[in-house]
Design a protein around this ligand. Structure first.
Ligand SMILES: Nc1ncnc2c1ncn2[C@@H]1O[C@H](COP(=O)(O)OP(=O)(O)OP(=O)(O)O)[C@@H](O)[C@H]1O
Ligand SMILES: [Mg+2]
Length: 283
């Protein structure tokens, strides 16, 4: 069973495809709470979609550079990064790097330079829409652009919300999960009112689910009652293979494709792709 799942996930023959959306989907992965699985979700969904026939770009918008690390993309000081796009108008194409070993996947890395951007952006013209402009100017079209946000609601996250059409919120299945979510939703609504009217919280993903606890189940019920069908059926379990993968510069999809973590991210990616088809060509 495990071996069969691994083959399906790694898809060496290219046989298993996830439907490509009619138009590019730009998804902002946001939650100002730290450590809820934003980066893990970004990296694994991106790899899953890319392994199954989609062209995918990951934009690392967190000065911690965790998404760049997870995809094994060089991001030490001096490497051209997303900071250059935001502050110096360098085209995305000049800083995007192909992810080794995963065809159809690219990453715009974040270096430590990005730490200064939050403050430097304040005095830049059109400071909230720098990333939107950089993505719109990118000549290559992607099926998916995932923007990995830092754990804050500052100007970097606002840039991601202005650039995106959709918000994907990972929610960790723990007691304080819903606290702070109102603040995130309020910010999203402000961006909608003033800067990006079509922005939509399209997807909620439950992460680090521990089925041994009743609490995880209670949180899941709460989130499903509150957000209805925005919540993906797939739930990501707490799985040690998921947390080991980044230290090998890999996603769990390639590090241990037979693991429960890989299977659940594969299922989540499949659901997202299927929903993308229903979105049709409008927008
Ligand atoms: N399903 C999982 N099972 C086990 N560990 C996980 C799982 N998902 C994430 N982790 C681990 O939890 C930690 C936090 O995850 P991650 O970095 O994705 O969160 P984040 O929201 O991006 O954090 P930050 O707010 O700092 O950017 C990491 O060490 C990661 O490896
Ligand atoms: Mg992160």
């Amino acid at each position: 069973m495990e071996a069969m799942r691994a083959v399906q996930i790694l898809n060496p023959s290219g046989e298993v495809t996830m439907p490509r959306p009619a138009r590019p989907r730009i998804m902002c992965v946001a939650n100002q709470k730290g450590g809820v699985g934003k980066t893990t979700t970004t990296v694994n969904l991106a790899v899953a979609l890319a392994l199954h026939g989609n062209r995918v770009l990951v934009v690392d918008l967190d000065p911690q550079g965790n998404a760049s690390t997870g995809l094994n993309v060089p991001h030490h000081a001096g490497i051209p990064d997303v900071y250059d796009c935001l502050i110096d108008n360098v085209p995305l194409a000049d800083v995007a790097q192909a992810v080794e070993g995963i065809p159809n996947l690219w990453c715009v890395p974040a270096t430590i330079d990005l730490a200064g951007a939050e403050i430097e952006l304040v005095s830049v013209v059109a400071r909230e829409s720098r990333l939107a402009r950089a993505i719109a100017a990118h000549p290559e079209t992607f099926d998916y652009v995932f923007i990995d946000c830092p754990p804050s609601l500052g100007l970097l996250t606002v840039n991601a919300l202005v650039a995106a059409q959709e918000v994907l919120i990972p929610i960790q299945c723990e007691y304080y999960a819903l606290e702070g979510l109102n603040q995130l939703i309020n910010n999203i609504n402000l961006v909608k009112q003033h800067l990006n009217p079509t922005l939509d919280v399209s997807t909620i993903l439950l992460t680090m689910y521990d089925r041994r606890t009743r609490l995880a189940d209670a949180v899941e019920q709460d989130v499903r009652n509150h957000f209805g069908d925005k919540v993906l059926q797939a739930v990501i379990p707490r799985n040690v293979r998921v947390s080991e993968a980044p230290s090998y510069g890999q996603s769990v999809m390639t590090y241990d494709p037979g693991s429960r973590g890989a299977t659940s991210y594969f299922e989540a990616a499949q659901e997202i792709a299927e929903r993308g088809v229903k979105l049709g060509g409008a927008a």
